[in-house]
Design a protein around this ligand. Structure first.
Ligand code: DX5
Ligand code: ZN
Length: 219
């Protein structure tokens, strides 16, 4: 595995030709495909479910990095794993029993991710750092792509980097929201190793490949 990964979020893709857009990202050398699942309760927007993950699984060999922005995510872990998710990331704000849910995710053969919102104190995720395969720090309020990066998240990433290092954890430290050629270097400097981008890839005026390459050139 690479030391750093780029995870392209299909939230900004053109869904009339999703398969082609995924193929383009894959041939441009993106590492993971990020799937943003939203339920209209935990976040205001409604997006996609296991059905879309199943079709993504058929469209690509890329690992599917599935971000669950839903209430009671434990109800859907099995469905997303069966649909072909490679990793499932759940929010500390909405998960009643994080330890058990992370365990359940791993038992289904997926990597287990834990994520926190910009307004959530970093202490809320600390009890789960040792068992997470991936820790995600949101740098926007989840719900939509194309929002402005919140610079407060940089210190959070640095803090979690330090805690992961103290634990000797090799978990991915992922960042999501407003990641661009301007903000990626700051997050990398703070210790992030996985970078989610929707707008900077799928809405790049020069095209998907150029979007991926410009981010990659900074890693
Ligand atoms: C936000 C999602 C992100 C989003 C990122 O709720 O979790 O993955 O797609 O979009 P950009 O890269 O445009 O900020
Ligand atoms: Zn996301």
């Amino acid at each position: 595995m690479n030391k750093y990964v780029i995870s392209s979020s299909i939230l900004s893709a053109d869904f009339t030709r999703l398969g082609q857009q995924i193929a383009e990202a894959e041939s441009a050398g993106v590492d993971w495909l990020h799937v943003d699942v939203m339920d209209g309760h935990f976040v205001p927007n409604i997006t996609m479910g296991p059905f879309v993950v199943e079709w993504c699984r058929k469209a690509t060999k890329l690992p599917l990095d599935v971000h669950l922005m839903i209430e009671k995510p434990e109800r859907y872990i099995e469905a997303f794993a069966k649909a072909g998710a490679s990793g499932l990331t759940v929010h500390v704000e909405t998960c009643a029993d994080m330890h058990n849910t992370l365990k359940q995710i791993k038992s289904l053969g997926c990597w287990a991710g834990a994520v926190l919102n910009p307004a959530t104190p970093v202490g809320e995720i600390e009890p789960f750092l040792a068992e997470a395969d991936l820790v995600l720090v949101m740098s926007v309020n989840p719900g939509y792509s194309g929002q402005s990066f919140m610079p407060e998240s940089i210190a959070k990433v640095a803090h979690i980097r330090q805690k992961l290092d103290e634990l000797g954890s090799s978990a991915w430290l992922e960042v999501d929201g407003g990641i661009s050629t301007q903000t990626l270097p700051k997050m990398k400097e703070a210790g992030a190793t996985a970078f989610v981008a929707a707008t900077a890839i799928f809405k790049n005026p020069q095209g998907i490949e150029a979007g991926i390459q410009s981010l990659r050139s900074l890693l």
